[in-house]
Design a protein around this ligand. Structure first.
Ligand code: SF4
Length: 283
């Protein structure tokens, strides 16, 4: 009998540096073709994490070496208490906002700059954009998304933020070409970007079969966990998925997890963290 459960690789968390908080599991104003989230047919899902749950998690993890708190979604900026949560997190660490950029305009950026100035930590933006060509981008992400994110880049640059562009290489194009074209796009938007301002991840279909994973290199689960309204999970890919379940809160959770899903194959293929920031590059 092939008892494959005993062959499943196990990942032990090395250090808890990255605390991901899923502000909403399914509330997003875009439904991108490659998104790992299975969206319901109705767009209007109100599944926001309670502010109290976030505060409890911040308290439970205060003795860990958290380098950054990441606000994720679906689209985190749709959370009605987004500003409160951001301020609460900024008392503990740098905060990175994963966003499609549609809620970022000059007025919002001016406000966020003030919030950052009140704190001793930084706000970092990870903006999703998948192609430097408007038509190709909007074909993946939805009409108007290219213009929205370019406007967000412009506004953030104007107030001195240094955004990171998250690109899923959906069309399997040459990475150097992508990088060069995205640099040009940023320059046009008034933002002088270098290689560290881009993370390019290879697209992998979440529905394809799982091959055996032999080697992996610093996946997100080695350095962090994600909190959702339902509990603690190994990484954003496996948020609310029983295969990534680590516990119900940070007062008692598991620091090891198995690598058995198609997403884990994506991590192994891409090498390094897909969600967490490599802060060494910015030092
Ligand atoms: S998807 Fe990646 S980060 Fe998540 S458990 Fe698998 S290897 Fe770890």
């Amino acid at each position: 009998m092939n008892n494959s459960v005993y062959l499943t690789p196990v990942c032990n968390m090395k250090e808890f540096n990255n605390l991901f908080i899923e502000l909403t599991a399914k509330n997003c104003n875009q439904h991108c073709k490659h998104c790992y989230i299975d969206f319901p047919l109705s767009k209007n899902v109100k599944d926001f994490i309670p502010l109290e749950t976030v505060k409890q998690a911040l308290n439970d993890t205060k003795n860990e070496n958290i380098k950054c708190i990441y606000l994720t979604g679906a689209e985190p900026m749709t959370h009605p208490d987004f500003n409160h949560i951001l301020r609460a997190c900024l008392k503990y660490s740098n905060v990175c906002i994963f966003t499609n950029g549609t809620f970022i305009n000059e007025k919002k950026v001016r406000f966020l700059k003030r919030v950052e100035d009140e704190s001793s930590f930084e706000i970092i933006f990870k903006l999703s954009i998948d192609h430097y060509d408007e038509i190709k981008n909007d074909d993946i992400r939805s009409r108007g998304s290219y213009r929205a994110v370019v406007h967000a880049i412009k506004s953030l640059a104007k107030y001195g933020f240094n955004p990171i562009l998250c690109i899923t290489n959906y069309y399997h194009e040459d990475r150097n070409t992508l990088m060069e074209e995205f640099k040009k796009l940023c320059k046009k938007a008034g933002f002088d970007a270098d290689e560290n301002n881009f993370t390019i991840n290879e697209y992998a279909d979440k529905n394809s079969s799982v091959e055996e994973i032999e080697k992996w290199d610093s996946p997100d689960c080695e350095y962090g966990r994600i909190l959702t309204a339902k509990g603690v999970y190994s990484c954003p890919f496996l948020a609310n998925d029983h295969r990534g379940r680590c516990g119900s809160s940070f007062s008692d959770y598991s620091r090891h997890n198995t690598l058995e899903t198609q997403f884990c194959k994506t991590c192994a293929k891409n090498k390094g963290k897909l969600f967490g920031i490599n802060f060494e590059l910015f030092e």
